[in-house]
Design a protein around this ligand. Structure first.
Ligand code: IPM
Ligand code: MG
Length: 369
């Protein structure tokens, strides 16, 4: 019997709605796959602000550290926007990344065959797309010092953020990306702005020597970030694994996600460094955000949350077969023509969040037969 501890943090907006469906899949796994799964659930983001006055409590950070994996929903919404920069709900995810040392953010952009028409790009450009962006997620301009807003002698102000990377930070995320590339097509693209930024130059040099030294079997390509954005729209399939900084990864992963046309489908994983026992802290979340405009309507697509759970099974719990079951169930549901509003297509049946959950569970049941 496999035993594991998961912390569920549904958060705000559609977070709780899609997490409910992921919970049902977890219950199915316990019932039919012999997992003993210890679930805890807590508040983050605006939901935590409302109850505790802060976007995430120290107790939740400690619980996240103790769990085998964290399954995160989404945070934020207009009702907390007046609180100001230092109390915004987004701090919850930034603190989790930083406090747990979750430095490697894996963001796949995959086009499943039944959804090839969901993209605004031509089907022949995106068919079969299977891209993995590895975004550094505890460094760079998101956390660099100095930062702040200062008042100048003439009374005007100056806003400051600092892009800063050390060799160690670049190497460790480079290794995660290179290890992934080895399991895939052995092609790695490293993305920076070494033509303008010293931190980008160090990035390029560090990745070059890492690959030459420890991964000579990989083909490494260097791409400037602006060119990468252009190439992703022109011909996204030229890339397999992309490794890049926090800010460029934030931008390029949104861009790549829209090559697939279905934000509601895309999961992500954020991994830390393994400890002496090989346990690595990890957080799994859909990339779609809290979508306040559709929250509470029961129409959100739960697949990205459920596929995030599948990633947790694969990368943290060493249950790749269970991950594959879930992924196959999602693909079958789509092949059967069932669609939530975000991926609706002519000739398909439009269903809501919980009916989508039902359909996935039905496909999982079929897999037992
Ligand atoms: C993301 C989000 C976050 C980020 C926000 C919510 C802080 O855009 O995960 O991509 O910028 O990292
Ligand atoms: Mg983002």
């Amino acid at each position: 019997m496999t035993e594991y501890r998961l912390l569920l943090l549904p958060g705000d907006g559609i977070g709780p709605e899609v997490m409910r469906e992921a919970r049902r899949v977890l219950a199915w796994l316990s019932r039919h796959r012999g997992h003993e799964c210890h679930l805890a659930e807590d508040l983050v983001g605006g939901a935590a602000i409302d109850v505790h006055g802060v976007p995430i409590t120290d107790a939740v950070i400690a619980a996240a550290r103790a769990a085998d994996a964290v399954l995160f929903g989404a945070v934020g919404g207009p009702q907390w926007r007046h609180l100001g920069f230092d109390r915004r709900p987004e701090i919850a995810i930034l603190r989790l990344r930083q406090d747990l040392g979750l430095f490697a953010n894996l963001r796949p952009a995959t086009v499943l065959d039944p959804l090839v028409d969901a993209s605004t790009l031509k089907p022949e450009v995106v068919r079969g797309l299977d891209l993995m962006i590895v975004r550094e997620s505890t460094g760079g301009i998101y956390f660099g010092e100095p930062r702040g807003i200062e008042t100048l002698p003439d009374g005007s102000k100056r806003g400051i953020n600092t892009e800063v990377y050390t060799t160690h930070e670049i190497e460790r995320v480079g290794r995660v990306a290179a290890d992934l590339a080895r399991l895939r097509s052995r092609r790695l693209a490293s993305v920076e702005k070494s033509n303008v930024m010293e931190s980008g130059l160090l990035w390029r040099e560090t990745i070059t020597s890492l690959i030459a030294r420890d991964y000579p079997d990989l083909t490494l390509e260097h791409v400037l970030a602006d060119n990468c954005a252009m190439q992703l729209v022109r011909n996204p399939r030229q890339f397999d694994v992309i490794v890049t900084s926090n800010l460029f990864g934030d931008l390029l992963s949104d861009l790549a996600s829209m090559c697939t046309g279905s934000l509601g489908m895309l999961p992500s994983a954020t991994l830390g460094a393994p400890d002496a026992q090989g346990r690595r802290p990890a957080l799994y979340e859909p990339i779609h955000g809290s979508a306040p405009d559709i929250a509470g309507k029961g129409i959100a697509n739960p697949m990205a949350q459920i596929l995030s759970l599948a990633m947790a099974l694969r990368y943290s719990l060493n249950l790749p077969e269970d991950a594959a079951l879930i992924e196959a169930a999602c693909t079958s549901v789509l092949a059967n023509g069932l669609r939530t509003a975000d991926i609706m297509a002519p000739g398909c049946a439009r269903i809501g969040t919980s009916v989508m959950g039902d359909a996935i569970l039905r496909e999982l049941d079929k897999s037992l037969a």
